[in-house]
Write a protein of this length. Structure first.
Length: 310
């Protein structure tokens, strides 16, 4: 079973408009609301592919009621820890004319120490049945600095590989705590490490003890960096669509392969790139196109050179 933890879940709201004009007024069809946050998006992709999964997240307030109802309807196995603060919202506005998406994320409300302890207890209860632990998404402002290291520590103590997708100082704390895999994008890596070069930045995380860094480069593909070197994967042509769940699909691919015992970085990179691309073709985060095997066949993997991205 793959166990996912979403420390800062969101009610995802998506609207499609013909053309987004800043400062203007827009009309749209009824928006789509669904339970989201990066860890839940990972769980949705994993569940859709028939792999056992359990998603743990917090829930609270009026938005939390809608969040919980939608998640129950989705069929994704989950455990929700009730908290006093309202579940945040994430708003995505898709510009149909330009084919891009504008996102506004609320920061979220930090749970109390007792509420965090309740979430940790749920993780500890299910960890003996888990083959992989995924901790994915932002932390709410004011979250304890030790929250992420503690979650990673219980995974390591249980002999379970831990995959983390987060940003900011939490990314470095995850590396120091012994995460097996980190999945930043290029901007997040540069911000966290202060190193502009992606390979040097990823290598600095490897030096802290991380086994594998999967680094999203957007339309330029993805890097896999290990102590042995770096590989670059990309499609033969870029895809247009909604990129909001692409990184989560890459994490899901890595988690599924890790659960199967796969540790070959090239195979993981190829699958992660294909699932990430397949997510771009879908209107909502947490889904990937059934054409992913065809996309995987179009992925080229080679040793990384700074001249690769064009």
């Amino acid at each position: 079973m793959i166990l996912t933890v979403t420390p800062n879940p969101a009610l995802d709201l998506t609207w499609h408009v013909e053309h987004l004009a800043f400062g203007g007024s827009h009309r749209a069809d009824a928006g789509i609301a669904r339970a989201g946050g990066k860890g839940l998006n990972v769980a949705r992709v994993v569940h859709a592919h028939g792999v056992p999964v359990a998603a743990i997240a917090t829930v609270g307030g009026g938005t939390g009621v809608e969040f919980a109802a939608e998640l129950s309807a989705s069929g994704v196995p989950h455990v929700l820890v009730e908290v006093a603060g309202a579940t945040r919202r994430s708003i995505a506005v898709v510009d149909e004319q330009r084919g891009d998406t504008t996102i506004v994320n609320e920061r979220g409300v930090n749970p109390s120490d007792a509420e965090w302890a309740a979430l940790l207890a749920e993780v500890l209860e299910r960890l003996p049945s888990a083959s992989v632990l995924v901790i994915s998404g932002s932390l709410p402002p004011g979250a304890p600095d030790q929250l992420l290291p503690v979650l990673i520590g219980v995974g390591r103590d249980g002999g379970v590989p831990v995959i983390v997708d987060t940003s900011g100082p939490a990314l470095l704390r995850a590396a120091d705590a012994g995460a097996s895999v980190l999945k930043p994008n290029a901007a997040e890596l540069a911000e966290a490490t202060g190193i502009a070069d992606p390979i040097e930045g990823a290598t600095s995380l490897i030096d802290r003890g991380v086994e594998l860094v999967l680094l999203s480069l957007g339309a330029e593909g993805m890097l896999a960096v290990t102590a042995s070197g770096a590989l670059h994967a990309r499609l033969d042509a870029p895809l247009a669509g909604n990129p909001t769940g692409a990184g989560d699909a890459a994490v899901a691919a890595c988690a599924v392969l890790f659960a199967e015992g796969e540790r070959d970085s090239e195979r993981i990179l190829r699958r992660a790139t294909a699932w990430s691309a397949a997510a771009v073709l879908m209107p909502l985060a947490g889904e990937i196109s059934d054409t992913w095997p065809e996309l995987e066949a179009r992925v080229t993997v080679r040793p990384y050179s700074p001249k690769d991205p064009e």
